[in-house]
Design a protein around this ligand. Structure first.
Ligand code: HPA
Length: 251
């Protein structure tokens, strides 16, 4: 099989710093309309190493869509409608606990949702209320596949951690981060939810590759001043090995 006949092995939702995958070959562009409206960007489907994948830029290809305005339902629906069954979510985050310093890549295994006012379900009053099991918010088998791919590709990653999903678009106060730390969060980002829960409602396997851009508010070592240039340099350095890691995914 080749090209459009082949199934999509996995989808990638690219976050801040990952607006496209340069290595995608023979790209087909799908401008999908969904019952929930228009996704953040067209979905690009193409060959990627041994895989056929779908790529979607969560914030739009020009980073125009802020975290609280992302149409998470349309994004996930679009990927599913194209035949994706697995979603690797790449999320830029701030680090809270020691293991999660700038430039770290990690695969969290838990999350706490602090977002509000977002469309959190595909079941909005029609049909039966659906209470999906969400004890393990990230699909364990897909997490394991990501960890194995990282090992095979020689990319160091942190295995496990709790993602605190905040509302944004502003960054957090030091007190808010201190509260997240007390709650058990290791990392903080603005786009992890409701994406993970919607993926579960749609029956999609879903796992997160978190890329640490900065120490969260109040967590940097005392003498460290974080500049925007530092954050951009951290993101560029930390996303550099991602294509290698993703190519090594095997199911
Ligand atoms: N807080 C929330 N989201 C983020 C951060 C942060 O410090 N860094 C990157 N995304």
């Amino acid at each position: 099989m080749s090209g459009a006949d082949r199934a999509i092995d996995f989808a990638v939702i690219g976050g801040t710093g990952l607006y496209r995958l340069a290595e995608l070959e023979g790209v087909e562009t799908h401008a999908v309309e969904t019952p929930w409206g228009t996704p953040s960007a067209p979905v690009r489907v193409g060959g990627f190493g041994p895989h056929r994948i779908a790529f979607l830029a969560r914030h739009g290809e020009g980073h125009a869509v802020p975290p609280h305005r992302i149409n998470y339902r349309a994004n996930l629906w679009a990927l599913k409608s194209l035949g994706a069954t697995r979603v690797v979510a790449v999320n830029s985050v701030g680090g809270i606990t020691e293991a999660w310093g700038p430039r770290v890549i990690g695969v969290p295994d838990q999350l706490i949702d602090y977002t509000h006012g977002r469309a959190v379900s595909l079941w909005d009053g029609e049909g039966e209320a659906l209470h999906v099991d969400f004890g393990e918010p990230y699909t364990p088998a897909l997490r394991r596949a990501l960890l194995a791919a990282a090992a095979a590709a020689g990319v160091p990653v942190v295995d496990g951690g709790c993602y605190g999903a905040t509302q944004g678009p502003r960054l957090e106060t030091k007190a808010e981060i201190e509260r997240l730390r007390r709650d058990g969060c290791d990392l903080v980002g603005m786009t992890g939810m409701p994406e993970a829960a919607l993926a579960r409602e749609l029956g999609l396997d879903y796992a997160c590759l978190a890329i640490v851009a900065n120490w969260a508010a109040g967590r940097a070592p005392e003498d460290e001043v974080i500049t925007l240039e530092d954050v951009l340099a951290n993101m560029a350095a930390a996303t550099e090995p991602l294509p290698r890691l993703l190519r090594a995914l095997a199911f």
